[in-house]
Ligand binder design. Structure first.
Ligand code: SF4
Length: 355
């Protein structure tokens, strides 16, 4: 793993998950079910838990949704964040229902008294508040001042919310500054992180379906992580949220921030390929999907680049004419026929991991 100097932020906790202050970068997602439908929402959160999601956010559009949170909370393991816009009463109900954090912008909920009520409820239960600034909904006066939603305008909007919380001596704050434009988002986080040490939730918003959304998210989140910025991440895709979690982990792995499970190195294949790489990769992925230890497995198509990559990985195969070589930790351990190449590779992996 490359050594990235992470920006020092304050530590907060969402449930038992540490955020900031040197804690590992946390993967979040958001349910796409109607929160009032407890069964469907719990089912989706369990799918997310299985995929490795560490915190989940739920939209709370009305009082029925707020009242459903307690039952949902009882039936899931990961901390839940209530996502509320404008209505402070929903925030108060969510805290009563036992959520682990609130996402609410204090500047949007009305009088100072209302803000104070929400902050007191959060303080009483030790709940952090995430302030989420979105380029699409900046205050009118800030937009007028900057002409359009610039990174500086986004940071100023965040500062307004933060000030309200700080005036009430509330500091368990996490910030996000999202736009659908990659470079604008990246710059907003950079500007903010120069000035504050609040932990940052990083993401590019409304990126669309895959592959477009995957590319935008990977570039934006990846750039920030490589600069040491970001304490939690969410990939926002027009896809099932489990896909968001899988992509988030791949981003963390690609930038060397967190390492886990099986990393497959496989060649794209070309006219030199003499074995069915696609089928082999699918077999290897399926067979190793439950492994949590960080290992690299190379599945390569020929004797040109194959042996080099296979040697560098923990385990590898390089195909040839109807046969292939199996590598373990850089050493050739056997040459076998193509039809048993994958099974021999898997045998070696299982034997080595068991020792
Ligand atoms: Fe082509 Fe061989 Fe490279 Fe695969 S490893 S892309 S088959 S040259």
């Amino acid at each position: 793993m490359i050594n990235i100097q992470r920006k020092q932020t304050r530590r907060i906790y969402i449930g038992n998950v540490a955020i900031g202050g040197g804690a590992p970068v946390v993967v979040q997602s958001m349910t796409k079910t109607d929160t009032r439908d407890v069964e469907k929402t719990v089912r989706q959160i369990k799918q997310l838990e299985k995929a490795g999601c560490e915190i989940v956010r739920l939209a709370v559009p009305d009082m029925d949704a707020a009242k459903a949170l307690g039952e949902i909370k009882k039936r899931v393991k990961i901390p839940i964040v209530a996502d509320i816009h404008f209505n402070y009463k929903l925030a108060l109900e969510a805290t009563k229902q036992g959520v682990d954090a609130l996402r609410i912008n204090p500047g949007n909920i009305g009088s100072k008294e209302k803000v104070k009520e929400v902050v007191n409820a959060a303080k009483e239960r030790k709940l952090p508040i995430r302030v989420g600034v979105n380029a699409g909904s900046l205050p009118k006066d800030i937009l007028k001042k900057y002409g359009h939603p610039t990174p500086e305008a986004m940071v100023e909007a965040a500062e307004r919310h933060i000030q309200l919380l700080e005036e009430l001596d509330f500091h368990d704050i996490k910030i996000s500054l999202k736009a659908s434009d990659v470079l604008k988002t990246v710059e907003a986080y950079r500007v903010f992180s120069e000035k504050y040490d609040y932990p940052l939730h990083v993401g590019i918003t409304e990126t669309g379906p895959s592959p477009e959304g995957v590319v935008k998210s990977s570039i934006g989140i990846g750039m920030l992580l490589l600069e040491g910025i970001g304490d939690t991440i969410r990939v926002s895709l027009t896809e099932h949220p489990v896909v968001e979690v899988k992509v988030a982990y791949e981003i963390l792995r690609a930038v060397g921030v967190r390492n886990f499970g099986v990393e497959i190195i496989s060649c794209p294949t070309c006219g030199r390929c003499e074995v069915n790489i696609k089928r082999m990769v699918n077999q290897v992925k399926k067979a190793l999907r439950e492994i949590k230890q960080p290992i690299r497995v190379a599945v390569m198509g020929c004797s040109v680049n194959g042996p080099g990559e296979a040697k560098e990985a923990d385990f590898g195969i390089a195909g040839g004419k109807g046969q292939g070589i199996v590598f373990v930790k850089g050493r050739i351990v056997k040459t076998v026929k193509e039809d048993v190449l994958v099974s021999e590779l898997l045998k070696e992996i299982n034997r080595n991991l068991a020792n």
